[in-house]
Design a protein around this ligand. Structure first.
Ligand code: SF4
Length: 570
């Protein structure tokens, strides 16, 4: 495999053989290791010493169902620590098939210059990007696919990334109508913007495939994995994940009192019924939109949808739970059409819907718009693409918005907005938000799925649960596996060990695999330590420890001593 170095200072590109120290790493694990080895941890995240890394997981390109996620990483301008965000789509599959372990973007051009990285086979060059500069992510990918072919894969930033907004994410094209997948979290779009990189275009690899050390071992394990997913009652053709997508959990999160509502001031929303997965499915089918679509080829779960308006015109593909929580109930909006419009705007500007929904909630609390009044919220959000001072405040995320507007109730940990689970009534997630080296990020260890094992309102068992989930998340993000496909691997880790040994011939045991997953967290924690992040920086905000959350009157009361000892057994 090879690694592509892209120097934005000299505008040169260079292929290199993957150094020995990186060979057994993929996705998030590779990002953590490379950042620790190659960048000064205390550097300016938007300066020339940070690096933007694009990397498929270890299974990328091998044809394993749901395993084509693409990781993007760097030092986060929001958290000040290590960041990995990943997106569905065709990125992981494309890079894996081409034998590209990572694209490492380094240096910085003169201010104001934007380029496009074009890769075709072994040729990689930087080209001027003036004709797509200032465009949103949809128009950027459309224009580049017109030029390079509909099969070309496009990774791009919108106006938010160009303006170096800390709430900016990175868009990745996917299968058919799933045009907009986002490595949304942590401000990595701003890192890409700081490199003067508007987009990466990779032309479809022809006749390229992964080589296998033991193809029989690999095939047996990958087939067994796919069959387990198909047979899973929650994930297969009759499962909630396929029928309703991630929005299948709106009702359950609302009932447990953890659905962010009006800037995290309540855990249940009186209009939750019209945001539920069942309602979303009915609305889409009645309008002849699509349900059960997939973001990458070969996914057997197919959890996505294409949300359309009343005339059947696509608004977004896909409308997801986190977005429904943060730009729906959190803004007092109970109409999915309103949520879809805001989702489209965020996708197009290249903004994380979680960070932006949280920032809008704080801005509304400060009186800049009205909860439940979508037109007032759209007027506010439009300022992001216009680059006004107010727009830049919002685009820089929830902490900046709270500071500028003098609001104390800011739902964030380690500088990053909380996803759509209030930690007061889902305390396992609170422990993850307050300890993960990735900051407040549900994908780093989401306790929602374990709510029947550990009482979400209690303290007992949360520490152990969060650690277990954080290790699993590190595995998923390093192999490129979709979060929703984890049950068969958790039940039988040997399946993953066999798939990896089948591709790479490492002869790993389950212990080697477990060590590798734990090492991801160790490496990330070490990077953050070197960056100067202390235990206190990770804490849940004070108001969530004191302000009871309806309907359970819950506060976040997991003691600091518990939080500080989460990694004692790592
Ligand atoms: S389950 Fe959904 S998000 Fe995961 S790979 Fe399949 S379509 Fe994409």
């Amino acid at each position: 495999m090879k690694l592509l170095r892209v120097d934005m200072t000299t505008l040169q590109t260079r292929w290199e053989i993957v150094p020995e120290i990186y060979q057994q790493f993929g996705g998030r694990a590779l990002i953590a290791r490379l950042l620790l080895e190659e960048i000064p941890a205390a550097c300016d995240a938007l300066g020339p010493h940070n690096k933007l890394i694009v990397a498929p997981g270890l299974l990328g390109g091998a044809g394993v169902t749901t395993a084509g996620r693409l990781s993007v990483g760097g030092k986060s301008p929001l958290t000040g620590g290590v960041k990995e965000a990943n997106a569905g789509g065709i990125g992981g599959d494309t890079l894996g098939k081409m034998g590209i372990k990572a694209i490492v973007v380094e240096g910085q051009p003169e201010q104001g210059q934007f380029h496009l990285l074009h890769i075709q086979g072994d040729a990689a060059e930087l080209l001027p990007a003036e004709d797509v500069r200032g465009l949103g992510t949809y128009a950027t990918s459309e224009k580049l696919q017109e030029r390079y072919g509909a099969d070309a894969m496009v990774i791009s930033i919108g106006q938010a990334g160009e303006f170096l907004m800390r709430g900016a994410g990175i868009a990745v094209t996917g299968e058919r109508e799933q045009r907009s997948n986002h490595a949304a979290r942590g401000g990595l779009g701003a890192v890409m913007g700081s490199k003067g990189l508007k987009a990466v275009v990779i032309e479809k690899p022809v006749g390229k495939s992964v080589s296998f050390a033991d193809v029989e071992l690999f095939r047996n394990a990958s087939r067994a994995f796919a069959q387990k997913l198909i047979a899973d009652p929650k994930l297969g053709a009759q499962g909630g994940q396929h029928l309703y997508g991630t929005s299948s959990i709106v009702g359950a999160v609302n009932e447990m009192g953890s659905l962010p509502t009006r800037n995290f001031s309540s855990g249940s929303f009186e209009q939750a019924a019209t945001l539920r997965g069942e309602h979303l499915r009915e609305a889409i089918l009645a309008r002849e939109g699509n349900i059960g679509t997939r973001c990458m080829p070969g996914c057997v779960i197919a959890c996505r949808n294409q949300y359309v308006d009343e005339s059947g015109m696509p608004i977004v593909g896909t409308l997801q739970y986190e977005t429904i929580g943060l730009v729906g109930s959190n803004l007092g909006l109970g109409n999915l059409d309103d949520v879809a419009r805001l989702n489209f705007m965020c996708n197009d500007f290249g903004l994380d819907t979680i960070e932006t929904g949280a920032a809008l909630g704080v801005a509304i609390e400060a009186g800049l718009a009205e909860f439940g009044n979508v037109e007032s919220i759209i007027a506010l959000l439009n300022q992001v693409s216009e680059g006004t001072i107010l727009g830049r405040m919002l685009g820089n995320g929830v902490v900046t918005t709270g500071q500028v507007m003098g609001i104390r109730r800011v739902p964030a940990a380690l500088g990053q907005a909380m996803p759509a689970y209030d930690p007061r009534s889902l305390k396992g997630n609170g422990v993850t938000y307050a300890t993960s080296p990735q900051g407040a990020d549900h994908t780093a260890g989401n306790a929602f799925g374990a709510r029947n094992e550990v009482n979400p309102l209690g303290i007992q068992g949360q520490k152990e649960l969060s650690l277990k989930l954080q290790i699993i998340a590190a595995m998923l993000d390093s192999t490129g596996l979709c979060l929703f496909a984890r049950p068969p691997i958790i039940a039988n880790p040997q399946l993953m060990v066999d798939m990896l040994n089948g591709i790479y011939g490492w002869g790993w045991t389950k212990d080697d695999y477990d060590r590798a997953n734990r090492d991801v967290l160790r490496t990330e924690l070490e990077f953050n330590r070197r960056a100067g992040i202390t235990k206190e920086d990770y804490r849940i905000p004070e108001y969530m420890r004191e302000e009871p959350l309806a309907p359970h009157n819950a506060i976040f009361d997991v003691p600091d001593s518990e939080l500080d000892s989460v990694f004692d057994t790592l």
